[in-house]
Design a protein around this ligand. Structure first.
Ligand code: SF4
Length: 684
């Protein structure tokens, strides 16, 4: 006789979302379903605490009405949302036949994977999937242009791929700069560390256009105009030089291009910075005084400063402050960056050697244009959307929608739930959530490596990415041994075998009840065991490589040309991570536009009323939230909303322009300019 008590068990897991903290989770499973999600103790950096979005978001995502549980084939017109259930074999066979036809007519580059930043596990994020597309000869896609590509290129141009300091080291800093990093939302566990550092006498400076929560605890908040970071950093550097506060011997020994950099910096006075950056002169002077008098100093810089036309320059100029003041190479000093602690073997995981020579690479941002206007190149005849919700995430949303609706485009989609992008698919494949398979996780907000195991059975017929692409490779007759590698083999191949932190263990043997401290036995951080891996072997404030590549040897400032009154910033939300959970009830309650009270008075608008936000690309309607946390002429709408509740059938992504940042071709989300007016409810 069946026991009537529900079966409850608790398991360790890891949060797979695109968030710096990669928290360990404690998951309560009740009758085979995800019941409760709490903070797990396995990871000492995140121990016991998670953000509120995952506690309700994950159970609803995994078991809610939106869950995809079986392969589907479009049975109505494109975008109609009408589908019929089919078997996995039928779905994979249809993909195989359609791809064979496309390849025979146009070649394999006509097939394009459209993937970015869904689950961050090393297996789900880039292993068997990459092997499949590499062997197929599909177009290679640079998806870093959506996020972090500019920051990465900026870092590399200054320091090479030599890693910075772990976040935990901020506890030893006496001056901490949180620059364009809304840690309350995207780097939650840093807060405790910063509070502890302040108690020990450290000064905290927050640079952010908005008075974010951590700014209320800061010693100084600089509410910078978006896109002007480069001016602030240049002006501060020039003033430090005038005060004799630069570390000349450090510069002479370790820095390349300092004179050229300072010559450019001298063209920006503090008064210029106050005027261009919209910051009180006295506050900038106080900031200068801190750099001149306090050390060790460290910077935690987020991705916000990269999301504009001057993105690379702004980040490089911010890096120059610890460099010019000699704040590199001692405990508690430098730039927070944990990339050097994770020796991931991407080439092995992805089997990059399978890529046919001469295969083209395009930016993920250019896919819609190349679908709609192929020009002389190979036309795009299919996109395979997975780990991604491009309609909710990309700039120029209407352009993406138009491209995905193209009659002659075969769209394959794989996701956990029915998203704004899946409804454009001809074939939909049900993806397993990370609770349904094991994976290995690095992080970008701490230095711990973690492993997870499946905690529930697959929901319906859902499959993890590794198995989906393994089956697809078999359907295509790919015979290389790498296509039959198990998940365990992939996991073991993910990390270099001789890593001291693993102490001889294979990755599959990492306990799910603990986390590996990857600083143990690491090759060292910048100027503490590791030299700058740049062409000159020094820290480069002038980059010959960038000069040759795009004329950006030195950071440059370009004003924003616009006819609209407001800059619209779309930061992280504490309800969603990117667009994940956008379809979950109550995870869209933060969708409103924040405006400074002075602007609201000028426009005759009041708190709570519906307003129309528009530019020459689109219009979006949402409630107004009047707040003195935002600066005048700057608006805030948190990112990641889904279209379902939109009055105009579009989200703010429809307002975001298509131009690119100064380096690395990054998306310029924060160069969005708009106007606002009361919404005419008779139009609704
Ligand atoms: S979204 Fe970020 S803070 Fe929230 S649980 Fe996941 S990793 Fe932690």
């Amino acid at each position: 006789m069946r026991n009537s008590e529900p079966e409850v068990s608790t398991h360790s897991s890891v949060c797979p979302l695109d968030c710096a903290d990669t928290c360990s989770l404690s998951v309560e499973v009740k009758d085979g379903k995800i019941h409760k999600v709490r903070g797990g103790e396995a990871n000492p950096f995140t121990g016991g605490k998670v953000c509120s979005k995952v506690t309700t978001g994950f159970p609803a995502q995994v078991h809610g009405p939106n869950r995809l549980t079986t392969p589907l084939r479009l049975s109505g017109s494109k975008g109609s949302g009408q589908y019929e259930a089919i078997s996995w074999d039928a779905a994979l066979e249809e993909i195989h036949q359609r791809y064979k036809a496309i390849i025979s007519e146009h070649g394999p580059e006509a097939i394009v994977p459209l993937s970015y930043g869904g689950p961050m596990g090393l297996l789900a994020g880039g292993s068997m999937d990459k092997r499949f597309f590499n062997k197929l000869g599909a177009t290679q896609v640079d998806a870093s242009t959506l996020c972090a590509g500019v920051s990465g290129a900026a870092y590399e141009s200054v320091f090479g791929d030599t890693g910075g300091i772990p976040y935990a080291e901020l506890s030893e800093s006496k001056l901490i700069i949180v620059w364009g990093n809304n840690i309350t939302v995207g780097n939650l566990h840093l807060i405790k560390l910063l509070r502890r550092a302040r108690k020990s006498g450290a000064k905290l400076v927050v640079i952010d256009p908005k008075r974010i929560r951590i700014a209320d605890e800061a010693d100084l908040h600089l509410p910078i105009v978006p896109g002007t970071d480069v001016v602030l950093a240049y002006a501060v550097a020039a003033e430090l030089e005038r005060l004799g506060a630069l570390d000349d011997s450090f510069i002479a020994e370790h820095v390349h291009g300092a004179e050229a950099y300072l010559e450019r910096a001298r063209t920006f006075s503090l008064a210029d910075a106050a005027s261009i950056c919209g910051i009180a002169l006295a506050d900038i002077e106080e900031f200068v005084g801190m750099w001149a008098n306090i050390r060790p100093a460290a910077i935690s810089i987020g991705v916000a400063p990269e999301r504009n036309r001057n993105g690379g320059g702004g980040i490089r100029a911010a890096f120059a402050l610890p460099v010019l003041t000699g704040n590199i190479g001692m405990p508690g000093a430098g730039v927070c960056d944990v990339s050097g602690f994770f020796p991931i073997q991407h080439d092995v995981l992805e089997q990059s050697s399978l890529i046919p020579e001469g295969t083209r690479e395009i930016s993920v941002l250019d896919i819609p244009s190349k679908i709609l206007s192929p020009g002389d190149g190979v036309p795009i005849k299919s996109v395979f959307i997975y780990n991604h919700n491009p309609v909710a995430v990309h700039p120029r949303q209407a352009h993406m929608q138009e491209a995905l609706l193209s009659e002659n485009l075969f769209v394959v989609g794989s996701d956990i739930t029915m998203t704004d992008s899946m409804i454009y698919a001809d074939i939909i494949l049900p993806a397993a959530s990370h609770f349904e398979y094991g994976d290995l996780y690095k992080a970008y907000g701490h230095h711990y490596l973690q492993r997870s195991e499946a905690v529930i059975d697959p929901v319906g017929d859902a499959l993890p990415n590794t198995e989906l692409f393994r089956r697809l490779a078999s359907k295509f007759g790919f015979e290389e041994a790498c296509f039959s590698h198990s998940d365990e083999a992939l996991m073991n191949a993910a990390i270099k075998p001789d890593v001291a932190a693993l102490d001889g263990r294979l990755a599959v043997d990492i306990s799910t009840e603990g986390a590996i401290d990857m600083t143990v036995g690491s090759r060292g951080t910048l100027l503490r065991g590791a030299t700058p891996d740049t062409p000159s072997g020094k820290i480069e404030l002038f980059s010959e490589a960038l000069e040759q590549d795009c004329g950006e040897g030195l950071p440059q400032y370009r004003p924003l040309e616009t006819a609209f009154r407001f800059v619209l910033v779309s930061p992280s939300s504490d309800k969603r991570t990117n667009s994940t959970f956008g379809g979950v009830a109550d995870h869209d309650r933060d969708i409103s536009v924040e405006m400074n009270p002075d602007d609201a008075v000028i426009l005759g608008l009041s708190d709570g009323q519906q307003v129309r936000i528009f530019n020459d690309q689109a219009e979006v309607v949402m409630p107004l939230s009047v707040s003195d946390k935002v600066r005048c002429s700057t608006l805030y709408v948190p990112k990641g909303a889904w279209i379902k509740d939109s009055e105009t059938g579009q989200t703010i992504n429809a307002l975001i322009p298509g131009h690119k940042a100064d380096i690395a071709g990054g998306a310029c989300y924060n160069d969005t300019t708009v106007d606002v007016e009361a919404w005419d409810t008779t139009r609704g």
